[in-house]
Write a protein that binds this ligand. Structure first.
Ligand code: CA
Length: 255
């Protein structure tokens, strides 16, 4: 079955072996520059191609001209608001007989519409601001996986050395040993596993896992890394999360 991903532009780069999953294109519709920039930077860092529009009219024009693989859509927009954009997108899906374009809504904490997913508005998921980037990227990947498989439940397991992360079930194993982690510890580990052998700065990790508005104790990252190491090494396994002094951390097998 052809998927929306098959028409993804790849910038001319050969995508040997995985054409259907290369460079998903995400349209971000958000009028607040801080949030739009935060989401755009993060998604590019995670390997997505990103377009940003700041109002509903531009979003509809962009979708009509060249539908992306997914839309991240703020509800509160000047002019045509996000729910109206969503209604028009669903009408166009039906009119053109295409599979529903995956849409994730962003909403303010006090403005979650009643039953936003059940009103027939037809969003695939929604996220309440403020959110950590890790939460957003996990939701986006889940929505894209469901779209790709026509709604079939899927599992995505990421591995590094003897470590296995089940992204959907949010479970972790080290060899045969299950590792219990908190939500935040899992998000931190998931970020590191997505970027193995790549040094991630403290600022990048804080931005991705805690969000851009975190102004708490700057030792929080050290505390979480220490806890994560304790959990991952409880069976006497070798250290995988290495400190890069003065910079950040890297997931790397000990040498
Ligand atoms: Ca807004």
């Amino acid at each position: 079955m052809p998927t929306p991903l098959s028409r993804t532009a790849t910038g001319g780069r050969p995508q040997i072996g995985m054409p259907a999953q290369a460079t998903p294109r995400v349209l971000v519709v958000e009028d607040e520059p801080g949030i739009a920039g935060f989401v755009r930077r993060g998604l590019i860092f995670e390997g997505f191609a990103v377009e940003v529009t700041t109002n509903g009219g531009d979003a509809l024009a962009s979708i009509a001209a060249d539908p992306p693989d997914m839309v991240v859509l703020d509800i509160m927009l000047p002019g045509v608001d996000g729910l109206e954009v969503l209604r028009r997108v669903r009408a166009a899906d039906a009119a053109e007989g295409r599979p529903p374009l995956p849409v994730l809504l962003l909403t303010a904490r006090d403005a979650v519409p009643d039953g936003v997913l059940g009103l027939g508005a037809g969003a695939d998921d929604y996220l309440v601001k403020p959110f950590a980037f890790e939460e957003l990227v996990a939701r986006i990947r889940a929505v894209l996986r469901r779209a790709r498989t026509g709604g079939e439940p899927t599992t995505e397991v990421r591995r590094f050395a003897d470590l296995a992360l089940d992204v959907g079930a949010r479970t972790v194993q080290r060899g045969d040993r299950p590792v219990e982690l908190t939500t935040r510890e899992f998000d931190l580990l998931a970020l590191l596993v997505r970027h193995p052998n790549q040094v991630l700065t403290r600022a990048t990790i804080m931005d991705r896992v805690w969000g851009p508005d975190f102004y708490g104790d700057s030792n929080v990252l050290e505390v979480f890394v220490a806890n994560l190491r304790r959990a991952l090494e409880a069976g006497g396994e070798p250290r995988l999360i290495q400190t890069v002094r003065g910079v950040g951390y890297v997931l790397r097998a000990a040498t």
